[in-house]
Write a new protein. Structure first.
Length: 214
């Protein structure tokens, strides 16, 4: 069981990490999360997420999504933090960019605010980072992916974000995996290529835009 001394050591480490990130941003300006990890020795992704979360709460640092990554910069007046997005925020988890873009176009046309990531660990990272700004309310998750497969991602999502609804997708329907995904908490299962009418119906049913949390 950790004692008070252990807790003090941990707080000191995180304070150093936050200070290192702030110093780097002040000297270099806007940086991607990948650039920050590369430039600060011994800074892990989990340490970065914790430090960014703490800095975001104090409004010292602004986190922005740009394309397929995130950038950080020192805080200044910006409409981004005001939550300018009007649609329910939906995360697409798929390693095929052309599928992501097709899904994004359709879902944005329906009124969703769409975020895209291309591997399982990145998706979990985005969920953690976005939670400090405007929470992600829905996830569209591919089953077959590199780094972490969809089942692994689903397990971790349900531990960290229990109430976020998840719809699974796959090009290779597998009854055993489908049953496992549903038992882990997935709301629906869609086969690829995705039928546009079915996608619309399932998203309207599972990710309602009229939800009071959107």
């Amino acid at each position: 069981m950790p004692n008070e001394a252990d807790s003090g050591i941990h707080h000191f480490e995180y304070a150093e990490q936050e200070s290192a990130i702030v110093a780097l941003l002040r000297s270099s300006g806007k940086l991607t999360v990948e650039e920050i990890v590369a430039r600060i020795p011994d800074l892990s992704w989990s340490q970065l997420f914790l430090a960014v979360g703490l800095l975001s709460r104090t409004k010292d640092v602004i986190l922005r999504r740009e394309g397929f990554t995130y950038t950080l910069e020192m805080a200044k007046p910006s409409p981004v933090l005001a939550g300018a997005s009007h649609g329910r925020r939906l995360l697409i988890i798929d390693n095929e960019p052309h599928i992501c873009e097709s899904l994004r176009d359709r879902l944005e046309a329906m009124g969703y605010t769409v975020i895209v990531a291309n591997d399982g660990r990145t998706r979990l990272a985005l969920m953690a980072l976005e939670a400090k700004q405007t929470p992600i309310r829905s996830v569209l998750l591919d089953l077959q992916m590199p780094v972490m497969d969809g089942i692994q991602v689903l397990r971790e999502l349900k531990v960290q974000h229990e109430h976020v609804p998840v719809v699974m997708m796959t090009a290779e329907p597998d009854r055993r995996l489908r049953e496992e995904a549903l038992s882990l908490g997935a709301k629906h299962y869609i086969s690829k290529p995705v039928d546009a009418a079915l996608l619309t119906h399932i998203c309207e049913q599972t990710f309602p835009l009229t939800d009071h949390h959107a």
